[in-house]
Design a protein around this ligand. Structure first.
Ligand code: AMP
Length: 214
C-alpha cells in the first residue's frame, strides 16, 4: 500500500495517516514531522528549515528532495508507506517520480482532501498537539481544554507556531501558488483520488478505506 496524502494544511492528513498507518502497519512519513523533530533536536537541517517554517514558507526544494530520497531509500517500506506533506511543488513531484523509478516503487493512490478554505482556517486555529504522544486534537470537536494535559497520555498540549492566524494565511497562499499545481501532475498520471475531507474523523476515514480497498 503506497499512498500519498495531498491537500492544503489543516485538512486532516496527519490524523488520517495515523489511522491508516495503524490499520495497515506501514510507516507514516510526514516531512513536516521530520522537520519539526530536526528543529527540536537543533540539527543543521532544523536550523535551516526553521527560517522558512516560522514564516509559513516552503523549505527549498533541494533540501526537501534530498531528505525524502534518503528517507525512502532507508525506510522499512517493503509493505508500503504513507507519504504526507511531500511533494509540495511540481519540482518535488517530478523528483519523486525519479526516486520511485530508481527504487522500483509504484504509487497506489494519491489521495486529495477537499475542504473549504474557511473550514481550514477554523480547524487550524483550534488545532492542539500533544508534545509527548503527538496526538492532534481539535479544541471544539474533542472538547479539550488547551490549558489542561493531553487526555491520552497526560503530556503538554501546544499550538504549532505556524498555526497562528497570520502564518496560516501565508501557508494557504503558498499552497495555492506552489502546491496546487501538483494536483494537475497527479491528475495527468491518473493517480489522483479526491476525497471529501469534511465530516468527522471516522466518516472521512471510512471514505478513504472504501477508496483504497477498491
Ligand atoms: P506540515 O506539517 O506538513 O504542515 O509542514 C509544516 C511546514 O514544514 C510547512 O509549512 C513547510 O514550511 C515545511 N515543509 C513540510 N514539508 C515540506 C515540503 N515538502 N516542501 C517544503 N517545505 C515543507
Amino acid at each position: 500500500m503506497r499512498l500519498l496524502l495531498f491537500g492544503p494544511p489543516g485538512v486532516g492528513k496527519g490524523t488520517q495517516a495515523t489511522l491508516i498507518k495503524n490499520k495497515y502497519n506501514i510507516p507514516h512519513i510526514s516531512t513536516g514531522d521530520i522537520l519539526r523533530q530536526a528543529i527540536s533536536e537543533g540539527t543543521e537541517l532544523g536550523v535551516r528549515a526553521r527560517q522558512f517554517m516560522d514564516k509559513g514558507e516552503l523549505v527549498p526544494d533541494d533540501v526537501m528532495i534530498g531528505l525524502v530520497r534518503n528517507v525512502l531509500s532507508s525506510c522499512n517500506c517493503e509493505n508500503g508507506f504513507i507519504l504526507d506533506g511531500f511533494p509540495r511543488t511540481v519540482a518535488q513531484a517530478e523528483a519523486l517520480d525519479a526516486v520511485f523509478e530508481e527504487l522500483n516503487f509504484q504509487l497506489d493512490a494519491v489521495i486529495y482532501f477537499q475542504v473549504d478554505e474557511n473550514e481550514i482556517i477554523s480547524r487550524l486555529s483550534q488545532r492542539w498537539t500533544c508534545r509527548v504522544c503527538k496526538r492532534i486534537f481539535n479544541e471544539a470537536v474533542d472538547s479539550i481544554d488547551r490549558n489542561a494535559a493531553c487526555p491520552e497520555c497526560g503530556g503538554d498540549l501546544y499550538q504549532r507556531d505556524d498555526d497562528k492566524p497570520e502564518i496560516v494565511k501565508q501557508r494557504l497562499d503558498v499552497y495555492n501558488q506552489s502546491t496546487m499545481p501538483v494536483r494537475n501532475h497527479y491528475e495527468k498520471t491518473g493517480e489522483l483520488i479526491e476525497i471529501n475531507g469534511v465530516g468527522d474523523i471516522r466518516e472521512v476515514y471510512d471514505r478513504i478505506l472504501v477508496t483504497i480497498e477498491k
